[in-house]
Write a protein that binds this ligand. Sequence first.
Ligand code: ZN
Length: 138
Amino acid sequence: MSASRPLPNPDPLTRPYWEGAKARRLVLPRCDACDQWHFYPRSVCPHCGSDAIAWHDASGKGVIYSVTHVHRAPSPAFEAMVPYAVAIVALDEGPHLMSAVIGSEIAQVKIDAPVTVDFVDEGDITLPVFRLASAAKI
Ligand code: ZN
């Protein structure tokens, strides 16, 4: 018996992020008052406190800031995925985002490696994931 993988549950604050992913776009909040990006989504800007926040397309590019190679599933829901790499990606826009890095042997997924966003459908939701830029789909 396989358990189902836990998936995000979009709420009003995060819905633009998930709707963007569904459309194969990485969208992030950016403050109109100070012009800085942030992630995770918040109702006020963490840089200046303004609530003038709008969603914009991000480049989908960044580098791996930190990575964990998972060899032992944390729950039965992840057993079919091991081994896999979970990384904190430092996006070119500045924010850091945690996601899976797919499409490469996990030994190739290393700190400072350039990555590009891709998207994976999981039921009703689309998850932003990353691929090594050297292995990105053409
Ligand atoms: Zn701001």
